[in-house]
Design a binder for this molecule. Structure first.
Ligand code: PEP
Ligand code: MG
Length: 870
């Protein structure tokens, strides 16, 4: 171990983080690149550890500090304690791993009764000088001498009262001068000796205080919480203060090397002459665009432009730079990667590749998948959002920003649209009949339901903004009102939904739609080259299928056929089929549905142009299709030619206590094989028709909710029989695969056997999560929120795959399935297929593809690329 305790900025580099702390290493790096950083030095983290043992500063350290201060004095031509040209420094903590706000900082150290006069003269600003001094006394006394801060704050309040002002900035210079005397008296009373007037004594006491702050209770708790080693210690960085308020050739500003909102490659920033950093932030004076610096100080401007370019080259990213000009000399206070919008993130990443600064793979890692999500959906104007009133909060079920009047039924939404009004569908929960309203609405708000509830799944599939499970809201669909905290709102009340945060706002908050631009397509092309995982889409109709292809999907991983039954002209036949009194009646209702199904599949096959299409046979909990309310039941009874009471009895017989674990999925095929036979016929007739018209098809028939090999074999036999019949009738054949969903824990555990009967597995992680946790997909919202609040869960398992539990089932089923059938195709089609963290996991365990809503296909392409690159 070396016994060097103190490192000048010019002696370090970014690699020396463990010795210099994050801040010290960063300043050293900036100095090494040749930036003019206000000079200073860093005391090593190892010194902090030694201090913890000895509880005093040792002579070699004090000598080194003395020497380092001397260097700074020479470089700046200022002196510690010098009346005319005082050197002032900041003393800051700097941990190896950032611990924001946990340790202490002291600014303007070196101010004394004498040097404050020097500061007043050089800045020609008495108010500023006295304010800096009184702040320093307060900070130093609090941190280094342990004087309670409240005593100073009380005096400050009293002074403001005496002067009749509200803000600190309005206090007079004379008032501040008097306050300094009062502060010094407080120090003497509380600390027992006078406020130190020797800058070197101040510095030693400040260094000790920062070392001690490593061990203060809040820092200890923070380290425990974040798993940070207590033996790392903090570095102490001592840096000269520079002043931008020393006259017309001084100033301060902030600049980005590119436009952080659009990504355009041009310097973007602001500055103020004769001002301190606080003046820029406070907004009292309006800063000028950075280009105007060329008028007032052309040399400084040129230096700034050159250095900005140098910094980008060095850090190979857009930088956010803070600078100060003191007497015509430009100093760099900080540089870091600049925060940017989604649009800028994509453009900057692609431009940096084109400029030869980074590789394509680096560019792919620079863009967050969430950025892509934002780009595809409208967002709120951030300024407007900041001013908006939050009415309630629910689950962020489908991203986007929606504004409009609140309407409580699909019909009311459609009527509002006809009147030219934007509408938001507000429901206790949505059901199949709401589908048209959901299509027509700007957004959907439900009081009940979770992240995989009907509303959430359908809204995500359509790319419609949705806030689900908003328990703060009580919806009365009959009275056409919703109530929040006892306040009731009527039909047409203007609201705004943020589907990315789950917040509901009062009124119409302004929205904007980002433009995609060429960079987006370029980046997506690179993602496709980099990724191993295939990306498919969940789509149930030709429009979604086309959209999926446009977003780059390589096939359909899940076509939920029950959604095809929801449409206006079909739901009656579906209900007649479910509630039929005899096999003949059921056959007749199915015959009505067949042409509809066939034409759906024709449209989808055509849209997919020969790409694989996985069609899942019917899987509804039957109750989703049952008619509600007297008039629906009466209409249905009359269309079936039966008595209402007879129909009501049949409905009651189908009602289930626990529909999600009831009569659904392939169980339906065991009790009513004709349904799956009709669907298989529709699929194959459609496929043959599309092939006859000269297009390719690649159909995959998927059986849902399977629990055993025997069950799958039974259903497959029915299907195979129908396939043979259709091919015989049409006198042709086409290749068709038959596979299954793995979405019950038993199926996952017995995957080795099930794979004998399946050409592919598609993991239904929505149901698999529901059944593995025993958490209802539709009812778990409220307690999952509590689990998140209490830290029992980090994230809802319906949002991001639970890798240790549900994920483990998937992992073993993947391995077991491949053992039986090495050629088996393996995908996932639950909502997790669009979640970046889950995609990384699925990549690791060797799935072949993920399938997600068309709107998340681009997110998945990027996340899949990142999964491969990492
Ligand atoms: C699933 O369970 O993950 C799945 C994709 O099927 P559904 O959401 O339709 O139940
Ligand atoms: Mg399922």
């Amino acid at each position: 171990m070396t016994n060097q305790y103190v490192y000048a900025f010019s002696e370090g580099s970014a690699e020396m983080r463990s010795t210099l702390g994050g801040k010290g290493a960063n300043l050293a790096e900036m100095t090494a690149i040749g930036l003019r950083v206000p000079p200073g030095f860093t005391i090593s983290t190892q010194s902090c550890i030694r201090y913890q043992q000895e509880r005093a500063l040792w002579p070699e350290l004090l000598e080194d500090v003395q020497h380092a201060i001397g260097e700074v004095e020479r470089e700046l031509n200022k002196g510690f304690g010098n009346k005319q040209s005082p050197l002032l420094v900041s003393v800051r903590s700097g941990a190896v791993i950032s611990m924001p706000g946990m340790m202490d900082t002291i600014l303007n150290l070196g101010l004394t009764d004498e040097t404050v006069i020097g500061l007043r003269e050089t800045t020609q600003d008495a108010r500023f000088a006295y304010d800096s001094y009184r702040r320093f006394i307060q900070m130093f006394a609090d941190v280094a001498l342990g004087v309670p801060r409240v005593r100073f704050e009380l005096e400050l309040e009293r002074l403001k009262e005496r002067e009749g002002v509200e803000a600190d900035t309005e206090i007079s210079a004379e008032g501040l001068r008097g306050l300094i005397d009062t502060y010094k008296t407080i120090v003497e009373e509380e600390y027992g000796s006078p406020f130190p007037q020797d800058p070197t004594t101040q510095l030693h006491q400040a260094i000790e205080a920062v070392f001690r702050s490593w061990d203060n209770p809040r820092a200890r708790v923070y380290r425990d919480l974040n798993g940070i080693d207590h033996n790392l210690g903090t570095a102490v960085t001592v840096q000269s203060m520079v002043f931008g308020n020393k006259g017309p050739t001084s100033g301060t500003g902030v600049a980005f090397t590119r436009d952080p909102s659009t990504g355009k490659a041009a310097l973007f920033g602001e500055f103020l002459l004769n001002a301190q950093g606080e003046d820029v932030v406070a907004g009292i004076r309006t800063p000028k665009p950075i280009a105007e610096l060329a008028n007032s100080m052309p040399e400084v401007h040129r230096e700034f432009v050159e250095t900005a370019a140098l910094l980008e080259q060095h850090y190979r990213d857009m930088q956010d730079i803070e600078f100060t000009i003191e007497d015509g000399t430009l100093y760099f206070l900080q540089t870091r990667s600049g925060k940017r919008t989604a649009m800028a993130a994509v453009r900057v990443a692609v431009d940096l590749v084109n400029e030869g600064m980074i590789t394509r793979n680096e560019a792919l890692k620079r863009v967050e998948p969430a950025h892509i999500d934002q780009l595809l959906h409208p967002t709120f104007n951030p300024d407007a959002l900041a001013k908006a009133t939050v009415l309630a909060s629910g689950l962020p079920a489908s991203p986007g920003a929606a504004t409009g009047g609140a309407f409580f039924s699909a019909a009311a939404v459609l009527e509002a649209n006809e009147r030219g009004e934007k509408a938001i569908l507000v429901r206790a929960e949505t059901s199949p009949e709401d589908i048209e309203g959901m299509v027509a609405a700007q957004g959907v708000l439900t009081a009940r339901g979770g992240m995989t509830s009907h509303a959430a799944v359908v809204a995500r599939g359509m790319g419609t903004c949705c806030v689900a499970g908003c328990a703060d809201i009580h919806v009365d669909e009959v009275a056409k009102t919703f109530t929040i905290n006892g306040k009731t709102f009527g039909e047409g009340t203007k609201i705004s939904l943020d589907g990315s945060t789950g917040k509901v706002y009062a009124g119409l908050v302004e929205t904007k739609l980002p433009e995609l631009g060429d960079s987006f397509d370029i980046l997506m092309g690179w993602a496709d080259e980099a990724r191993r995982l295939g990306v498919r889409a969940n789509a149930d109709n030709p429009v979604d299928a086309e959209r999926a292809v446009a977003f780059g999907a390589e096939g359909i991983g899940l076509c939920r056929t029950e959604h095809m039954f929801f449409e206006e002209n079909r739901i009656a036949a579906v209900r007649r089929m479910i509630l039929a009194g005899s096999a003949e009646e059921r056959t007749a209702a199915l015959a009505e549905l067949l042409p509809h199904q066939r034409s759906d599949f024709v449209g989808i096959f055509e849209a997919m142009g020969g790409r694989p299409v996985t069609i899942r046979l019917l899987d509804p909990p039957l109750h989703e299709f049952l008619p509600h309310g007297e008039s629906e039941i009466a209409d249905l009874a009359s269309s079936m030619g039966i008595d209402v009471s007879v129909l009501e009895t049949r409905i009651r017989q189908l009602e289930e206590f626990n529909p999600m674990l009831g009569h659904r999925g392939c169980r339906l095929a065991v009790t009513h094989p004709a349904i799956y036979r009709m669907q298989v016929r529709a699929i194959l007739e459609a496929a043959v028709q599309v092939v006859a018209s000269g297009h390719a098809v690649d159909p995959e028939i998927m059986i849902p909710l399977v629990t055993s090999e025997t069950e799958l074999a039974w259903v497959k036999e029915e299907i195979a029989d129908e396939i043979a019949l259709v091919f015989a009738e049409l006198e042709t054949t086409i290749p068709v695969k038959i596979g299954t969903m793995i979405e019950t824990p038993r199926a996952a555990i017995t995957a080795k056997a099930i794979a004998h009967e399946a050409e592919f597995f598609s993991f239904g992680t929505n149901d698999l999560t529901q059944m593995t946790f025993g958490f209802s997909r539709d009812d778990s919202g409220p307690f999952i929120s509590a689990y998140l609040d209490e830290g029992i869960l980090d994230i809802s398992p319906f949002e991001s795959i639970d890798q240790t539990g549900v994920g483990e089932l998937v992992r073993t089923a993947v391995a077991d399935g491949r053992e039986t059938n090495p050629d088996i195709k393996l995908g996932i089609c639950g909502e997790h297929g669009g979640d970046p963290a889950s995609i990384t996991f699925f990549n690791t365990i060797g799935l072949d593809y993920v399938s997600c809503s068309p709107w998340r296909v681009c997110v998945a392409r990027l996340a899949a690329a990142q999964a491969t690159l990492n």
